[in-house]
Design a protein around this ligand. Structure first.
Ligand code: HEC
Length: 147
């Protein structure tokens, strides 16, 4: 898969996962539900930016700015939400997270950095920034989330 295709797949995948919030209702461990909900927030704000980049949603600088702010804030919360090694039958988190904790935190920081680097002021700059964000989602999921 080429990088461009990968990013596109990630973006589309992120936008079509709307069922995830419902599935979370079956999660009995509140710590696991919490971290999944954080990922849901991340997906939601990324989908706003990705949708604009793909031309599926009209570009709106205010909406892009607020989606970016949400994404940066949520990325910063990943380490705290995932640090407790909590389990649930619904969880897709792999044990590798807690075996390679520093690397997992680096992946969270990579998302935060990529999200902070996006310039939400124009469609061109959103398009330019969204790929790196998508790559950071995939970079972490590949190692730390069940397929
Ligand atoms: C630092 C690692 C990391 C990064 C970066 C990351 N994720 Fe995740 N994500 C995970 C892990 C681990 C899970 C599985 C959590 C669980 O099921 O307990 C997950 C789960 C999800 C889920 C499913 C949530 C649910 O309700 O089950 C979605 C959607 C998601 N991520 C979207 C994204 C998007 C979009 C990005 C990038 C903008 C992203 N993630 C970046 C690690 C990461």
């Amino acid at each position: 898969m080429t990088m461009k295709h990968f990013i596109l797949t990630m973006t589309i995948g992120a936008m079509t996962l709307t069922g995830a919030a419902l599935a979370n209702a079956e999660v009995s461990n509140p710590a696991v539900k919490d971290r999944m909900d954080l990922m849901g927030t991340i997906r939601g704000s990324f989908a706003v930016l990705g949708g604009m980049a793909q031309g599926k949603v009209d570009f709106d600088a205010d909406k892009a700015t607020s989606a970016q702010a949400t994404l940066v804030e949520a990325a910063a919360k990943i380490p705290a939400k995932f640090e407790p090694n909590e389990a649930d039958p619904e969880s897709e988190a792999l044990p590798a997270i807690w075996e390679n904790w520093d690397d997992f935190v680096d992946h969270a920081a990579a998302l935060e950095t990529a999200a902070a680097a996006l310039d939400p002021s124009s469609l061109e700059t959103v398009k330019a920034g969204v790929g790196k964000i998508g790559a950071s989602c995939g970079g972490c999921h590949q190692t730390y989330r069940m397929k």
